[in-house]
Write a protein of this length. Structure first.
Length: 297
C-alpha cells in the first residue's frame, strides 16, 4: 500500500511539474496600452497571438485616471507598453516607475505632426488618433513595436497590419466624403472638450468646445459666452455630448439655445461591445455618421 501511495504521489508531482512547464511554455506575451483605443489598434494586429490589455478601462476618462494597485500589477507583468504621449497620460511615468516593470515603453505618436497649444509652451493636443490618417501612423508604430517584441510572429503581424491599414485608408476616404454633405456654413462642431481638433483640421470642420484638450479643468463663463455666440451666429442645429464626460453642461446649452443634442460622440475611449463604437474604426465611423446626420438637417 505504501508503494502504491508513494507511486501515486510521484505521479501527481510529475503531472504538476509538467503542467507548470506547459503553462510556462504556452504563456503569451503581454502588451499593455494606456487607453482602450490603442489596445484595440494592437489587438487588430496581434490577433490572438499576444495578450493585449488596457490600463484605463473602456468608458473611463484617461485625463482623470488615477493609478490603482491593479494597474501596477498589469504594468509589472507587461512585455511591451504602448503610450500616446503628448501630455495625454500624465500619470503613466510614475506608474511605470513604481511598478518596476522591465517592459519596453513605446511612443506610438512618433512621426505625427502634433498640434501645439496656443496658450502653453511644450504642450500639445494629445488626441491625434481622431484623424484616420494619423491612425495609420499609430498602427505602423504599433506593428513595428510588435515585430520587435515577437519576431516569430512577424509574418502574421504584417498580414494583419496590411488588412487593417486598408480598412483605415477606406475609412479616411469615407469620412472626407461624408463631411462634404454638411452645408459649409454648418461645419461647426461644438463638444464637451477640445478632442476633435485633428479631426476638424483633417476633414474641414471648425471646432468649438466648453473645455480645453484636457477634461481636468473648469468651464469659465467666457467659454459659455463664446459658445452661445457661435451657436447664435452660425445657426447650427445641434451640439454634441461625449461618452466619458458629464453631459449636463452641453444639455443646458442646448436648452438655452433651443437646439438639439445631435448625439453622443466617442473621443478618449472606445465604447463597450453593446455600443455603436466598440472599436477604433467603429468609433470614427460612428462619430462621423452622427455629426453628418445632425448638422445636415
Amino acid at each position: 500500500m505504501r508503494i502504491t501511495i508513494f507511486t501515486a504521489l510521484l505521479f501527481l508531482m510529475a503531472c504538476g511539474t509538467n503542467e507548470e512547464a506547459t503553462n510556462q511554455t504556452e504563456k503569451k506575451l503581454s502588451v499593455v496600452a494606456s487607453a482602450s483605443i490603442f489596445a484595440d489598434m494592437a489587438q487588430n494586429i496581434t490577433g490572438d497571438l499576444i495578450e493585449v490589455k488596457t490600463i484605463v478601462p473602456i468608458g473611463s476618462d484617461p485625463h482623470l485616471h488615477e493609478a490603482t494597485p491593479r494597474d501596477a500589477r498589469l504594468v509589472s507583468k507587461a512585455d511591451l507598453i504602448l503610450r500616446n504621449g503628448l501630455t495625454f497620460e500624465g500619470w503613466l511615468a510614475e506608474l511605470i516607475e513604481n511598478a518596476g516593470t522591465k517592459a519596453e515603453v513605446v511612443l506610438i505618436t512618433k512621426g505625427i505632426n502634433a498640434i501645439e497649444s496656443d496658450k502653453y509652451a511644450n504642450s500639445a493636443d494629445p488626441h491625434a488618433w481622431m484623424s484616420a490618417k494619423n491612425g495609420l501612423i499609430y498602427i505602423e508604430n504599433i506593428k513595428n513595436a510588435l515585430v520587435q517584441l515577437a519576431p516569430q510572429y512577424a509574418e502574421e503581424f504584417n498580414f494583419n497590419y496590411g488588412v487593417y491599414k486598408k480598412q483605415l485608408e477606406d475609412l479616411d476616404t469615407y469620412i472626407a466624403t461624408e463631411v462634404q454633405k454638411i452645408p459649409a456654413s454648418r461645419r461647426i462642431l461644438i463638444t464637451s472638450h477640445d478632442a476633435f481638433k485633428y479631426y476638424g483640421n483633417e476633414y474641414g470642420i471648425q471646432l468649438e468646445a466648453a473645455l480645453g484638450v484636457s477634461t481636468d479643468a473648469e468651464v469659465q463663463v467666457s467659454d459659455i459666452t463664446r459658445l452661445n455666440r457661435v451657436i447664435r451666429e452660425s445657426k447650427i442645429p445641434a451640439i454634441f455630448v461625449e461618452s466619458t464626460i458629464n453631459p449636463k453642461l452641453l444639455k443646458q446649452l442646448a436648452v438655452d439655445n433651443k437646439i438639439e443634442i445631435g448625439g453622443e460622440l466617442f473621443a478618449d475611449s472606445i465604447g463597450d461591445k453593446e455600443s455603436d463604437a466598440p472599436s477604433y474604426h467603429a468609433m470614427l465611423k460612428h462619430n462621423t455618421d452622427v455629426i453628418v446626420a445632425a448638422l445636415s438637417k
